[in-house]
Design a protein around this ligand. Sequence first.
Ligand SMILES: NC(=O)c1ccc[n+]([C@@H]2O[C@H](COP(=O)([O-])OP(=O)(O)OC[C@H]3O[C@@H](n4cnc5c(N)ncnc54)[C@H](OP(=O)(O)O)[C@@H]3O)[C@@H](O)[C@H]2O)c1
Length: 296
Amino acid sequence: MPIAITGAAGQLGRELCRQLGDNAIGLERNTLDLANPDAVRRVIAELRPSAVINCAAYTKVDLAEKEPDLCRKVNALAVEYLAEACRAHDCPLVQISTDYVFGADASRATPYQETDTPGPQSVYARTKLEGEQHAATWEKHVIVRTCGLYAPASRTGNFVETMLRLAREGKTLRVVDDQYCTPSFVPDVARAVVFLLSKAAFGTYHVVNTGETTWRRFAEEIFRQSHMDVSVQPISTEEYHAPAPRPRYSVLDTGKYHQLGGPPMPPWRDALARYLRETRNPAPLRQSAAGDRSPE
Ligand SMILES: NC(=O)c1ccc[n+]([C@@H]2O[C@H](COP(=O)([O-])OP(=O)(O)OC[C@H]3O[C@@H](n4cnc5c(N)ncnc54)[C@H](OP(=O)(O)O)[C@@H]3O)[C@@H](O)[C@H]2O)c1
C-alpha cells in the first residue's frame, strides 16, 4: 500500500514523491481538495494508504492576514479531517508544521525544544498550531516542525532564487537582519521525514539543517558561494513592513530527532552549497540502454 502525500505539487511534497518513488502516491489539489471533508474521507477510503504525509498548506504568510478563514480551512480544519480518516483506517499521519508556532517570547535566544510552549504570532502560525493539535488527536501522528524551506525546481520560487534574481537585476538588496532561524534544504528534511515514518516515531520532532543565521546573513552566503560581489544592506523587521509578524528567534533544537539515529541534518551552509551545485550544475544526462535520456 502506498504512502499518500498531499500537497504533492509543493516543494516538500514533490521531493517526498521523488524520494519514495513507487511507494508514494502524490495527491495534488485537483485530486484532493483538503478543504472538502467528504473528498478527504472518500479519497483515503479508496486509497487505503499505509500512511499519509500532509505537505499541503496555505503558505502565503502575509496574505493569510487578509484570508484567515481560507488559511484556517487548509491548515487546521483539513488536518482534522485527515486525522479522522487516518484513525478510521488505522494509518499514521505525518503533519508538517513550522517554526512559526514559536515567537511570542521576544527575549528568547536558545533553540526551541519540542516541549517548549508555542506562541504563534500570525494567522498562518496560529492555524498551523491548530493543525498540529488536530493531528495529535490521532495517536499515530508524527508532527514535523521545520523552517525556511528551499528546494530545487520549486514552482513557487524560494528565497535563494529571489536573491539571485534581484542581484542580477541590479536591485539594491535590503534584507531583514533581526530574525534568527535555520533555512533548510528540502531533500534533507524529506529524508528525515521518511526516516521518522519508517521508525513509527510518533510524537513531535524538530527537523532543520544545523546552525542558525539571519535572512541577511543567509543572503550574503548565497552571494559568497555564487562568487557574486553583491552588497546586502541589513534592515530591521519594522523597516521591512511585512503584514504578518514573524518570530525574532525561531531556531529549532533537533536533538530529539538526532537521538533516534536519523540521517544527520547537515549545517545550513553545506546544504546551501549542495543546492547551488544541483541547480547551477545539474547532473549530466546519460544515454540509457533503451536509448532515452534520464538524469544520473
Ligand atoms: N516553505 C517554508 O519555508 C516552510 C517553512 C516551515 C514549514 N513549512 C511547512 O512545510 C509544509 C510544506 O511547505 P512547502 O514549502 O512545500 O509548501 P508549498 O510549496 O507552498 O506547497 C503547499 C502545497 O499545498 C497545496 N494546497 C494548498 N491548499 C490546498 C488544498 N485546499 N487542498 C490541497 N492542496 C492544497 C498547494 O497546492 P497548489 O499548488 O494548488 O497551490 C501546494 O502544492 C507546509 O506544511 C508548510 O506549512 C514550510
